[in-house]
Design a binder for this molecule. Structure first.
Ligand code: SF4
Length: 449
C-alpha cells in the first residue's frame, strides 16, 4: 500500500541536510509519496527505509530483465488499462525452433529471426527472442541447438523442456544470455530455482491448476525468488483470455503477490489464422512472452503493429524531431511543404510526396506531436510559429524558391504566415494527405521534378 508523505518522513533521518536537493526531509518525503523522487537520492536513508519504500512502491507485477545487458524487459506494470496511465513493457515475441526440425528449417528460421526488421513510425523493430524446444530424446541435441541459436542470433532464449536435466545443461551452455527456463512444475521447481539463480536466467513455472500455481509462486516469492514467469495451463482460447484477465486484475487491483509476475504462453501448431488470434489475445490481454510456432513475416508485421498500438503511451503522442526533412533528393529549387511533428502525420505526408515522384523539403515545426487540426486549434501551428521555425531552421538559406505549401486544414494561417515570412507566397494544399499526389500533379509545374 502506498505511504503518505508523513509516514515516509518518519523513516527519513530528519536532519534537513538538503543533500537530496530539497530543503527539508518532509519536502523530500512528499516528493517520494508523489513518486517524483527516489529513496536513493537521500544518501543517509537507512536500510529499513530503503526496504520499506521499495516494498511499498514496487509495481504489482514484477519487472523481469532478459538478454545481455538486461536489454529486454517484461512485467513492471502498474495499471490494468492503458488509458489509466500506460503499459510500460510490451509483450515479447519469440519464434520457436525444435531440436527435431530439419537442419535446413532451423537455418532458415534462425536466419530470418536474425535479419528481420520492420520500421514503424520511425522506430526500427525486430523479433525479441528465440524459443528452443526439446522434442527429441537427446539432451545434447537440445543443448547444441540452444547454443547455436544463442551464438547465431544473439537474442535471449526461451529454453523449453520437460526434463530438468536438459534445462540445466542448456542453462549452463548459454550462461550470460539471461534467458528463460521453461517450464518448472511444483515437483521440479526447487532444483530449477537453484539453476536459474546460479546462471542468472528467469524461470517459468506452471501447475495443473491455478491454486497449485499460486501456492508454488507464493512460496518462491516468500523465499526471495522473484525472477519468475507464470505459465497457465489452459485448454481453450476463451479460458486463456479469462485466465490472463483474472490473474492480472487480481495482481493489480488486489495486489495479490503470487500472481504479480509476467505470463509466458507457447502457441503450438494451428493454422496461421488460429495462432494469430492466439497471439493477438496475448498482446491485448497482458501477455509477457508469446512464443509463435514458426516464422511468418506477414504475421510478425501485423502483430508488431498491433503491439505498437497497445503499448504506445496514450498520453504522449508519437513525435518526430522538429526539423526540415528532405523527401527524395531535393535541391535549392525544390518545393517546400509544411506539416506538424505528429509521427503519423509526418510519415503519411512524407510518403504521399514520395509516391508522387517529387523531391521536396518538408518543414516540420515543433507542435508537441499534435495533428494539424489539433495543433492549429491549440495555437501550436500558427503562422507566426511556423514562420519563426522556418527562420530558425535556416529554410531561407536552403531554398531559392519563396513558396511554401501549407495543409488545407490550416488554411487560416496563410495570411499570418505571409505576414511573418516577408517575400514568401503561401499556397494552401489539400486537406487530406491522400490528395497530395493529385495536388502536386495539378498545381506544381513539371520543372520542379
Ligand atoms: Fe533529509 Fe536525506 Fe534530504 Fe538530507 S538528504 S534533507 S536527510 S531526506
Amino acid at each position: 500500500m502506498a505511504l503518505t508523505g508523513l509516514q515516509i518522513q518518519k523513516l527519513l533521518p530528519k536532519t534537513n541536510c538538503k543533500e537530496c536537493g530539497v530543503n527539508t526531509c518532509l519536502a523530500f518525503a512528499m516528493k517520494l509519496a508523489a513518486r517524483k523522487a527516489e529513496i536513493g537520492d537521500c544518501p543517509y536513508a537507512s536500510e529499513e527505509a530503503i526496504a520499506v519504500l521499495s516494498e511499498a512502491y514496487e509495481p504489482p507485477v514484477k519487472a523481469i530483465q532478459l538478454g545481455p545487458d538486461s536489454a529486454l524487459k517484461l512485467g513492471g506494470e502498474t495499471v490494468l488499462y492503458r488509458h489509466e496511465k500506460t503499459f510500460v513493457n510490451q509483450t515479447l515475441l519469440a519464434i520457436n525452433v525444435n531440436d527435431t526440425d530439419d537442419p535446413a528449417v532451423v537455418e532458415d528460421t534462425l536466419g530470418a529471426v536474425k535479419d528481420y526488421t520492420v520500421e514503424r513510425v520511425g522506430e526500427i523493430i525486430d523479433i525479441d527472442m528465440v524459443a528452443v524446444s526439446h522434442r527429441g530424446s537427446s539432451i545434447d541435441t537440445f543443448v547444441d541447438l540452444a547454443m547455436k541459436a544463442w551464438c547465431e542470433v544473439g537474442k535471449p532464449l526461451v529454453l523449453r523442456s520437460h526434463d530438468p536435466a536438459a534445462l540445466k545443461a542448456a542453462a549452463v551452455a548459454v550462461a550470460g544470455s539471461l534467458s528463460v527456463l521453461a517450464t518448472a512444475t511444483p515437483d521440479t521447481v526447487d532444483g530449477l530455482v537453484e539453476v536459474a539463480k546460479e546462471y542468472e536466467h528467469a524461470l517459468a513455472l506452471t501447475a495443473p491448476d491455478l491454486n497449485a500455481l499460486v501456492t508454488a509462486a507464493g512460496r518462491l516469492r516468500e523465499e526471495g525468488f522473484n525472477n519468475l514467469i507464470l505459465q497457465f495451463e489452459t485448454h481453450s482460447l476463451a479460458e486463456r483470455f479469462q485466465t490472463n484477465s483474472i490473474a492480472r486484475r487480481t495482481a493489480i487491483k488486489a495486489n495479490y503477490k503470487p500472481l504479480g509476475f509476467p505470463f509466458l504462453r507457447f502457441i503450438d501448431g494451428g493454422d496461421l489464422v488460429a495462432n494469430t488470434v492466439e497471439a493477438v489475445t496475448e498482446i491485448t490481454k497482458f501477455g509477457g512472452i508469446c512464443v509463435l510456432p514458426r516464422f511468418d513475416a506477414a504475421q510478425i508485421a501485423a502483430l508488431i503493429t498491433l503491439r505498437l498500438n497497445i503499448f504506445t503511451d496514450p498520453q504522449k503522442p508519437i513525435q518526430v524531431e522538429p526539423k526540415i526533412y528532405p523527401i527524395g533528393e531535393p535541391d535549392a529549387d525544390s518545393p517546400v511543404f509544411v506539416t506538424t511533428n505528429f509521427s503519423l502525420t509526418y510519415f503519411i505526408v512524407g510518403g504521399e510526396i514520395e509516391n508522387s515522384g517529387l523531391s521536396a523539403w518538408l518543414v516540420v515545426p515543433e507542435c508537441e506531436g499534435m495533428s494539424v487540426l489539433t495543433a492549429w486549434a491549440a495555437g501550436k501551428f500558427s503562422g507566426a510559429a511556423v514562420a519563426k521555425f522556418c527562420k530558425e531552421a535556416g529554410l531561407e538559406e536552403k531554398v531559392n524558391r519563396r513558396e511554401i505549401i501549407i495543409p488545407g486544414y490550416a488554411a487560416q494561417i496563410s495570411g499570418d504566415l505571409e505576414e511573418n515570412l516577408p517575400g514568401w507566397t503561401v499556397l494552401v494544399g489539400p486537406q487530406e494527405a491522400s490528395d497530395l499526389e493529385s495536388f502536386i500533379k495539378a498545381r506544381l509545374s513539371q520543372d520542379l521534378r
